[in-house]
Write a protein that binds this ligand. Structure first.
Ligand SMILES: CC(C)(COP(=O)(O)OP(=O)(O)OC[C@H]1O[C@@H](n2cnc3c(N)ncnc32)[C@H](O)[C@@H]1OP(=O)(O)O)[C@@H](O)C(=O)NCCC(=O)NCCS
Length: 185
């Protein structure tokens, strides 16, 4: 049984403050930064960060055209936050052509252990519960590890688009009728 089996998805709460910040600080320490959520707020005022994420999940206070987004932390049995996965159940233009339903990251020290694959499998269960027929995932530039994570969840390359900055974005589709809930092959 893989290490990733103990992983669960948890909505951010104050209880995750210390471990979430550790995950963020690790990305920053290795020079990757943390471009995926409001990291300044997470570092300064975690309670406000949690409130902002709760509002974002409900589509409150978002700029026009930006869809509601649910953020989940990937948490181990010992409370370690190994990563984060973000889910936008409903996409529409102008967001849709370049951005997908799901984005994720795993902290550097936990990469290569199957956590991203498992996080995605768990999130797909949620998408399936909501009745989505499939999900779109987008990859900017060259990211073979992310491609592998998608493929291990039965995702297939669909097409490429050019985003508003002129960068090529690769789009993958996961048909939810075809994926089991293990995330492993
Ligand atoms: C992409 C990312 C989420 C992968 O997390 P992870 O926990 O290491 O992923 P997993 O362990 O579940 O699986 C990674 C797979 O990619 C493979 N892989 C890793 N680096 C690779 C490379 N350079 N080329 C090909 N495959 C690679 C691994 O071998 C593994 O496949 P395997 O199980 O068949 O051996 C992680 O690297 C990350 O957070 N990167 C920064 C954020 C990011 O790029 N997010 C995705 C945006 S689209």
């Amino acid at each position: 049984m893989s290490q990733s089996r103990g992983l669960v998805l948890v909505r951010p709460t104050l209880a995750l403050q210390i471990e979430y910040r550790k995950m963020v600080e690790e990305f920053i320490a290795v020079g990757e930064g943390y471009p995926w959520n409001n990291v300044d707020l997470a570092r300064e005022d975690f309670a406000a960060f949690v409130r902002e994420l709760a509002e974002e999940a409900e589509g409150i206070n978002l700029p026009p055209g930006v869809p509601a987004q649910q953020t989940y932390c990937g948490v181990l049995e010992d409370g370690t936050v190994v990563g984060e996965i973000r889910f936008r159940p409903s996409l529409s233009p102008p967001y849709e052509p370049h951005k997908g339903h799901i984005g994720y990251n795993i902290r550097p020290s936990a990469q290569g252990k199957g956590y991203a694959t498992r996080q995605l499998a768990l999130l797909l269960d949620e998408a399936r519960r909501l009745g989505l027929p499939g999900v779109l995932l987008t990859i900017e530039g060259n990211n073979p590890a992310s491609v592998r994570v998608i493929e291990k969840n039965e995702g297939c390359f669909s097409h490429q688009v050019v985003d508003e900055r002129g960068d090529v974005v690769s789009c993958y589709w996961i048909d939810l009728d075809k994926v089991d809930d293990s995330g492993e092959q």
